[in-house]
Design a protein around this ligand. Sequence first.
Ligand code: ATP
Ligand code: MG
Length: 310
Amino acid sequence: MITVEDLHKSYGDTVAVDGITFTAEPGRIFGLLGPNGAGKTTSIDCIAGVHKPTSGRITVGEFDIVRNARQAKAQMGVVPQEVALYEEVSARENLHFWGGACGLKGATLKERATEVLELIGLIDRAEEAIKKYSGGMKRRLNFGCGIMHQPPVLLLDEPTVGIDPQSRVRLLDLVREQAAAGVTVLYTTHYMEEAEALCDEIAIIDHGTIHAQGSLEELRTLVGEKDMVRLTGTFDPGTVSRALSDNLPEVEIMESDEEALLVSMMDAAGNLVALLGVLHDTGAVLRETSVRRPSLETLFIKMTGKELRE
Ligand SMILES: Nc1ncnc2c1ncn2[C@@H]1O[C@H](COP(=O)(O)OP(=O)(O)OP(=O)(O)O)[C@@H](O)[C@H]1O
Ligand SMILES: [Mg+2]
């Protein structure tokens, strides 16, 4: 568990983080989604104990990162934005180094390194100097170093930037596996699709401030974006219109004829059964149904007034 309360961090006159508050829970992936310069790395660095907050309070597990730095740090694995590896030595030696720095020794350290090499899919290349590795391989090893000591809290700062698609898929699966094993995961990204696909909870951060926070579903509802549901089959438009306004007045008909119906509604996934029930009772025959979600991109633009570019 990570709790961040009213965190502020300035570098001289530059306010990098301007009062953010959130809680990341065990077994869940908490996403900080924001563009360049939003304050993601500064937040991670304050939580990791690399930078001291200007004000505010951070606890990791039950430990305060300022007052009980040593115990708090022992709870965490950190996968930094800039790959932190020794280029001249092998993947295995890098893992030995990072595992050793986290207190692993002897046979335990060696066994864990082999286990991690298998997990990140680099066991076949384990003895090679990593300067010969691709960007994606280095990213996977960077992740491996962060999980060597099996920390209950994992901080990942844009771990998939510059990665090949295969490595990305693998890395995202590894992150999911960590959460499934009960780890508290804090994940920063500027990739909308990653936040959507990966995170249980998302905070949209820009200019050091959290603009919105919640599950993807909650964020969508917050902005009032409605889902579109397209249905094909056989309908009686007059009956459908009366049935919907009587039973589901919040559903808005966008287009309607004998063969197709397009409606707009909140939380279509949650309300689809009710919609289909009402349509069924009108004697409609349904052939196909498709739901279109508003994208997080639309929400981001609405909240921050700008696009999230790479
Ligand atoms: N060491 C530093 N000294 C001075 N200013 C800094 C320092 N580190 C970050 N900043 C500034 O703080 C703000 C937030 O930067 P930060 O690196 O936290 O953003 P970020 O969200 O991680 O961005 P990116 O997506 O580019 O990694 C920026 O304005 C940045 O220029
Ligand atoms: Mg950063």
